[in-house]
Design a protein around this ligand. Structure first.
Ligand SMILES: [Zn+2]
Length: 142
């Protein structure tokens, strides 16, 4: 089942406050004192150590692969192999996330974009997680 087939009222993020559905975006916190953004949202700023509350802001859906690995052994229930990567979002936030593509297709520096994906079910509600996919705007294409 694709996300488009799931009614809005019957789905929720894998963790509250992690993402928004429309438009699909990860949510981060923004420190007004030093302009640092973090993911996931935090009550304190890791750059200037100022306590919050900080604004919760949507983070841009596009990023660049900083580093990645291909995971061949994982906890039960996870299909392997899969690509796990550090992705530098265009808003200067580094995110650890899965890339939904074969490892042979990924290189450091590749452009990727956010996708929301079904990530199981809890108490009759579909859980929505996130991953990244290679962007049509591959590195060097711009
Ligand atoms: Zn700060």
């Amino acid at each position: 089942m694709t996300l488009a087939n799931i009614a809005l009222s019957s789905r929720r993020p894998i963790r509250d406050g992690l993402l928004q559905f429309d438009p699909p975006r990860l949510l981060g916190s923004h420190c007004k004192a030093c302009d640092t953004r973090t993911f996931p949202p935090r009550d304190f700023c890791p750059a200037c150590l100022r306590d919050g509350p900080h604004d919760v802001v949507p983070l841009g859906p596009n990023g660049t692969v900083f580093s990645y690995t291909v995971v061949h052994q994982a906890p039960g229930g996870r299909r392997t192999p899969y690509v796990l990567a550090y992705i530098d979002l265009d808003d200067a936030v580094r995110v650890l996330a899965r890339i939904d593509a074969p490892g042979d297709d990924i290189q450091v520096g590749d452009k990727v974009e956010l996708v929301l994906q079904e990530a199981g079910e809890s108490e009759g509600v579909s859980l929505v997680g996130y991953a990244f996919v290679p962007s049509p705007l591959k590195s060097g294409a711009v």
